[in-house]
Design a protein around this ligand. Structure first.
Ligand code: UFG
Length: 318
């Protein structure tokens, strides 16, 4: 298929673009490089550096079969202090993209949604039928886009799949996480192992979990990419399907730090800090719907493997 990949110079977008190229698709990446890196665009993809909201209408005249929409502002903390950046950057941009798809008859969409659309869960593991009550602006904007996609599917026959990522980690060879502002646990802990940070602050040790620290469901970025390939192949005209992507297993922040010690051989000093506002105690996906309807199964659910791949990437770039 001929595919437009928005945000294909970013972490998840670049891994997915690489897999799309490897599986024989014609890939055009559009990215404004506000957080992405031009050298993360895989060989074999065409790269257009542009603002997606401005470029979508022109770009999509080119006979595309589908769009994979990764581009987004995605820092939870920033979304709470600069909401305009998120409503404009995420929602307005996505509406321009949806309109351009409709106007040019582009039939398929795979959208990067998030576990943050659910907010504090009533039940764990989280099903797709769980209430959506985001506790931060980032999640609210992603949920708004999901609602818009549902409307476009009903009104215009769009064939869409939203994938709600839990905690993405790991790397795929030269493609990995390179955020200028890093807020995610695993890359920060690996910076300690690399010697560029003195210690890791673990936010909160008084949560109602087995060891008092938050629990998250880590999914290998390559497993996530495979889910996008399956989603693309399983879109259905006029339907908006929504799937959680996680492994169904949670690891506590303490366990993550310990696994990083095991992988790197570094003592990784850790200290406890106050809770980070807005952090739910436990976020674990039920991924049974993705298994049942997409035939997706994570092949690398082991935290040691996920962190080893992230560590190899981190060291290679150091
Ligand atoms: N954490 C620390 N110290 C740090 C960084 C993180 O203790 O320096 C903790 C957090 O408090 C949290 C856990 O590590 O308990 C995981 O935090 P991340 O920032 O790595 O990931 P989140 O679970 O907050 O966020 C992820 C995605 C978001 C998405 C969210 C859904 O990265 O995009 O899940 O709730 F919105």
């Amino acid at each position: 298929m001929k595919l437009l990949v928005t945000g294909g110079a970013g972490y998840v977008g670049s891994v997915c673009a690489a897999r799309l190229v490897e599986t024989g698709h014609e890939v055009v990446v559009v990215d404004d490089l506000s957080t992405g890196h031009a050298d993360a665009v895989p060989d074999g993809a065409t790269f257009v550096e542009a603002d997606i909201a401005e470029a979508a209408a022109d770009l999509l005249t080119g006979g595309f079969d589908g769009v994979l929409h990764f581009a987004a502002k995605s820092l939870v903390g920033e979304s709470m202090v600069d909401p305009s950046k998120y409503w404009a950057g995420n929602v307005l941009t996505s509406l321009r993209l949806l309109d351009a798809m409709r106007d040019n008859g582009v039939a398929r969409l795979v959208f990067s949604s998030t576990a943050a659309t659910y907010g504090e869960p009533e039940q764990v593991p989280i099903l797709e039928t769980a209430p959506t009550r985001p506790t931060n602006t980032y999640g609210a904007t992603k949920l708004a886009i999901d609602h818009a996609i549902t409307s476009y599917a009903k009104a215009h026959g769009l064939a869409a799949v939203s994938l709600r990522y839990f905690n993405v980690a790991g790397a795929y060879g030269a493609f990995g996480e390179r955020h200028t502002t890093e807020t995610h646990l695993i890359p920060i802990v690996l910076q300690v192992a690399l010697g560029t940070r003195p210690a890791i602050s673990i936010y909160g040790d008084d949560y109602p979990t087995a060891d008092g620290t938050c629990v998250r469901d880590y999914i290998h970025v390559l497993d996530l990419a495979e889910a996008h390939l399956l989603a693309l192949a399983n879109t259905r005209a006029g339907e908006h399907q929504i799937y959680n992507l996680g492994t169904g297993t949670g690891f506590s922040n303490r366990e993550v730090v310990q696994t990083c010690r095991d992988v790197t051989g570094h003592p990784i000093p850790a200290e406890f800090a106050p809770r980070r506002p807005g952090d739910p105690a436990v976020l674990v996906a039920s991924a049974t719907a993705a298994a049942e309807h997409l035939g997706w199964k994570p092949e690398r659910p082991d935290l040691h493997t996920i962190i080893t791949d992230a560590w190899n990437f981190t060291q290679a770039r150091a």
